[in-house]
Design a protein around this ligand. Structure first.
Ligand code: C5P
Length: 225
């Protein structure tokens, strides 16, 4: 069994409100994505780390990546995250039955030990699975004018994180068949095939940097290690 990581990093990060895409924003003196690459490169089971960037990316080559010898850069990002992942999976030089661990560039606080534990749990699984955490807050359904329509039961609800781990060939087939606006992660495409990916307990530290305050939180988490 071989594992490789695929990092979609072709987004513009418009919700950050910065001119630089968020994967290149400064985080403790390095671009945010450097921390993401470092976490995955430190996982002993992962043989190759593939990064999908936009064909017009002007930032990647501004940095020295030579400390990561198992890194492959794929300049084939698409219009959506799912397209970037599908394009990257198609061109990555890996085998169809290899496990792909797809991980957002925007999650720089991933812990390598967590990824190893996930691989250990899923390596013999027929489907694959994702890191996720049970929903902690009370959930409200909004109605007109942002009035509360009702409280949704949170029992059995999980927040999906990444990595999401599926066989490369199966993930290509699922994404190619079901590409569309409701495919917001890899598991949603696999689910459309009638399969049930495994939920693997993630960590609240594995936050996704979306808004400016998330960058400050990520810095605090990394500094605390
Ligand atoms: O925007 P969001 O945080 O949901 O993006 C999640 C990940 O998907 C980010 O790492 C982003 O760079 C990536 N992405 C991509 N191609 C796109 C849009 C997003 O690789 N067209």
């Amino acid at each position: 069994m071989s594992c490789f990581a695929l990092i979609p990093a072709a987004g513009s990060g418009s919700r950050m409100g910065a001119a630089t895409p968020k994967q290149y924003l400064d985080l403790l003196g390095k671009p945010l994505i450097w921390h993401t690459v470092r976490a995955l490169a430190a996982v002993p089971e992962i043989e190759r780390v593939c990064v999908v960037i936009s064909p017009g990316d002007e930032w990647w080559d501004c940095y020295d990546w030579s400390e990561f010898p198992r890194l492959q850069v794929l300049r084939c990002g698409g219009a959506t995250r799912a397209e970037s992942v599908l394009n990257g999976l198609r061109v990555a030089t890996v085998a169809d039955d290899d496990w792909a661990l797809v991980h957002d560039a925007a999650r720089p606080c991933l812990e390598p030990e967590h990824v190893s534990a996930m691989i250990d749990e899923l390596r013999d699984d027929a489907v694959g699975g994702i890191l996720a955490v049970p929903v902690a807050d009370t959930l409200k359904r909004a109605a007109v004018g942002d009035r509360i329509a009702r409280t949704e039961p949170r029992d059995g609800l999980w927040q999906a994180q990444t990595p999401q781990m599926f066989r490369r060939g199966e993930l290509i087939a699922a994404l190619a068949s079901f590409m569309g606006p409701d495919i917001t992660d890899e598991a949603s495409a696999i689910e459309k095939q009638g399969l049930a990916p495994q939920l693997v307990m993630g960590s609240p530290w594995n936050l996704k940097v979306t808004y400016p305050q998330d960058l400050r939180l990520a810095a605090l988490i990394l500094q605390g290690r």
